[in-house]
Ligand binder design. Structure first.
Ligand SMILES: [Zn+2]
Length: 118
């Protein structure tokens, strides 16, 4: 903790640790309902978090941080890994499908040649 409520945290604009001061979230969102710091996502009511507005003292970037239960962070990390795997497998499947189609076309051509020999 520094003077004027500044806290050393990661600034997404500077991409490094900077001193950031706390500011009211509505100053960023212009939504007066954001004055409550205890929030949840309406589509995921179990995702409760505590939000704070931040202003980087180095670059002036304003952003919102959310304090969440650690398990939710791990769930997000696992979901990212799973999505990456799904994407990679889908790309492999797509390529193999194209290759299989080409093979099938060649096979059909060969078959029609054989049928013509009858
Ligand atoms: Zn910054």
């Amino acid at each position: 903790m520094g003077k004027n409520g500044g806290t050393k945290i990661y600034c997404p604009s500077c991409e490094e640790i900077q001193i950031c001061e706390a500011i009211p979230v509505p100053h960023i969102t212009y939504d007066s309902s954001d004055y409550s710091q205890r929030m949840y996502l309406t589509n995921h009511p179990d995702l409760n978090f505590f939000q704070r507005g931040r202003r980087c003292k180095a670059c002036g970037e304003e952003f919102i941080t959310a304090e969440i239960e650690y398990e939710f962070l791990m769930e997000l990390s696992n979901l990212r890994i799973a999505l990456k795997d799904i994407k990679e497998n889908a790309e492999i499947y797509n390529k193999q499908t194209v290759d299989a189609q080409k093979t099938l076309q060649k096979l059909q051509k060969s078959l029609s040649l054989l049928q013509a020999l009858k």
